[in-house]
Design a protein around this ligand. Structure first.
Ligand code: AGP
Length: 611
């Protein structure tokens, strides 16, 4: 997944392009570049590495153009080299394009163009776009038509921006399957485009999220938008009401640490928004209670951390609303032709709302005429627009590639939704509702207590940073906790981490235990505590290093642990909301002590908009 920016206006181009790209760097950071129309001439600068490397490259350039595009890359086709960095141009270097997504039919298109004598220099799919525009310029009467004929040929998912010497005052754009926002500040006559809002806050004042198969162009005062039949489409701008502080690290060294510490206030905000006088409501939800009452089965589909939240969502929904629920990887769900009935509802969960696999899962559900609701952190995202109903996570922007607050926001919203459905279909008593809500209200303060006692976590991170392998174990509600704790550790510290349902461990994986192998067990107060205690003893008998997430005061477990982190006592089903906090921090400090790039881990991107 990559980041695209575009700017037309009186400001120094490179300043917006570079600043905008830095704010989108979480979308991809293996190479970057800009294309500027400078005194009617196309100038392209690009480099491998971070945006700062590009910034250094252009520090002595004196551009005075006011039309330009930029790109930060997460490599899909072609290694992260300077040649493969965007923007890509036609041979004459009069057209430059940047692209997020994948052109699935690029091989055939490239072959045809090579046969017609076009010379390619990169291994990317993107380069064909610039050559196709040049080719169509020979037959079409203007750049607009040449751009249109080009995009009609493309298959796959893409967001593209193009500048050229043929239309030096315009940026052309198209959106189909990857996010693209156009924006403006009419006071100073500026027009913008970007893959995501962080690049636009605070200088753009109004934004318009493009729909799939919309394209057009912009100059510094006007926008033209068309549908796929080249018919004009009315533009609707909305005010951007986000603050720049939401996209800045503030007093924290990393976005990930900031977002971990934001969780108590975030959960308070969600609870205040969702619960009024003991009544749960989802105001943004557009699916009526009568329809919800008829839901007999729920299929949850999501990816990564969001699927792990979905696994807990399954347990919450079956516990509290007694509705049969499954949770599956989007990338599996979309191909397995799931058994469905008329009363089946599909639930998508996604922080970005742009994960290609999860969007494809929605398309699969729609092909079976199923109702789809999505839990998303961006209510303007592609997923939000393609769902029958949405539940806003209310997590606020999450910039760190490793998801933290979005995960706990997903859990809180899924838990509330399970209570709401349980009351609606009569499977949850008023007393049970009150008891659950009362327990839920204690979460923010209990998370704060964990956040205020990080020394034991730092001590364990000092030990973990030198390890090659780790194992996470948990049962029932905390099996997903182990999955999420292991995902956090591996994706930012690059230490191998496996997670198992603790009861399964003795059926094979326990062979992995050797002396000093760190085994991290989540073992809060619960009915199954004795069973996890047996798993702990099985590991101890084989000289594994015992690290536990344990309820404060549980001296028996503490005495058996080599290291332990305590969490406040809480109802078992809600313990994942507490147990994950030390595991988020453990991953953070371990990665920090290893010198890893916590906010931008290698090989990853914040939202995977390719399949
Ligand atoms: C989580 O830390 C990862 N960055 C990744 O697994 C992520 O959860 C997954 O790609 C899904 O993203 P989404 O929630 O935006 O759909």
């Amino acid at each position: 997944m990559c980041g695209i920016v575009g700017y037309i206006g009186p400001k120094s181009l490179d300043s917006f392009l570079i600043v905008g790209l830095k704010k989108l760097e979480y979308r991809g950071y293996d190479s970057a570049g800009i294309a500027i129309i400078d005194k009617n001439e196309l100038v392209v600068r690009k480099s491998t590495g971070k945006i700062v490397d590009l910034e250094k490259l252009i520090e002595n350039d004196k551009f005075d153009g006011h039309v330009g595009i930029g790109h930060t890359r997460w490599a899909t086709h072609g290694a992260p080299t300077k040649i493969n960095a965007h923007p890509h141009t036609n041979q004459a270097q009069t057209i430059a394009v940047v692209h997020n997504g994948i052109i699935e039919n690029y091989t055939n298109l490239k072959k045809d163009l090579i046969n017609e004598g076009y010379i390619f220099i990169s291994d990317t799919d993107t380069e064909i776009i610039a050559h196709l525009i040049e080719k169509y310029l020979k037959t079409e009467k203007n750049f607009e038509n040449a751009f249109y004929q080009t995009i009609l040929l493309l298959e796959g998912k893409f967001a593209i921006a193009a500048v050229s010497e043929f239309e030096p005052e315009k940026i052309f754009f198209v959106k189909d399957g990857a996010p693209l926002i156009i924006a403006r500040n009419t006071t100073v006559k500026e027009s913008f485009l970007a893959s995501d809002l962080p690049a636009l806050v605070p200088i753009a004042k109004e934004s318009c999220y493009l729909e799939n198969k919309q394209w057009g162009y912009m100059n510094n005062t006007d926008f033209k938008l068309y549908n796929w039949n080249h018919e004009p489409v009315k533009l609707q701008f909305i005010l951007i009401d986000l603050k720049i502080e939401q996209f800045e690290k503030g007093k924290y060294e990393h976005f990930m640490l900031k977002e971990i510490h934001e969780q108590p206030s975030m959960i308070r905000r969600i609870l205040a928004n969702r619960i009024k006088d003991g009544i749960i409501s989802f105001n943004e939800f557009k699916v009526g209670d009568e329809k919800l009452k008829k839901i007999g089965r729920i299929l949850i589909q999501a990816s990564g951390t969001s699927l792990i939240a979905g696994k807990l969502g399954k347990m919450y929904l079956e516990n509290n609303s007694r509705i049969y629920t499954e949770a599956d990887f989007s990338s599996e769900f979309r191909y397995r032709n799931p058994l469905v009935e008329g009363d089946t509802m599909v639930v998508g969960i996604s922080q970005s709302g742009e994960t290609a696999d999860t969007i494809a899962g929605i398309h699969e559900a729609k092909s079976k005429f199923l109702r789809v609701i999505s839990f998303v952190n961006n209510v303007n995202s592609s997923m939000a627009r393609e769902s029958d109903g949405i539940i806003d996570l209310l997590a606020g922007p999450e910039i760190g590639v490793a998801s933290t607050k979005a995960y706990t926001a997903q859990l809180v919203n899924l838990f509330l939704f399970s209570l709401y459905l349980g009351r609606l279909n009569g499977n949850l008593s008023e007393t049970e509702l009150e008891r659950n809500l009362k327990e839920l209200m204690t979460i923010p303060e209990k998370i704060e207590k964990i956040l205020n006692n990080i020394d034991p976590i730092i001590k364990i991170a000092e030990f973990l940073k030198d390890q090659k392998d780790t194992i996470f174990l948990g049962r029932t509600f905390n099996y997903p906790t182990s999955l999420e704790g292991s995902l956090k550790l591996k994706e930012i510290s690059y230490i191998h981490a496996s997670a198992y349902a603790a009861g399964e461990f003795k059926h094979g994986p326990i062979a992995l235990v050797s002396e000093n192998l760190p085994v991290i067990l989540t073992v809060p107060n619960s009915e199954i505590r004795p069973k996890i205690l047996s798993n702990l003893m099985e590991v101890k008998a084989r000289l594994g290093k015992i690290i536990t997430i344990v309820t404060e005061g549980d001296q028996e477990i503490i005495d058996l642990s080599d290291y332990h982190i305590t969490i406040p006592d809480i109802e078992e089903s809600l313990s994942p909301l507490l147990a994950i906090i030390p595991l988020q921090l453990l991953a953070y400090y371990t990665a920090l002590f290893k010198g890893c790039n916590v906010d931008k881990p290698r090989n990853l991107a914040k939202s995977v908009t390719v399949e």
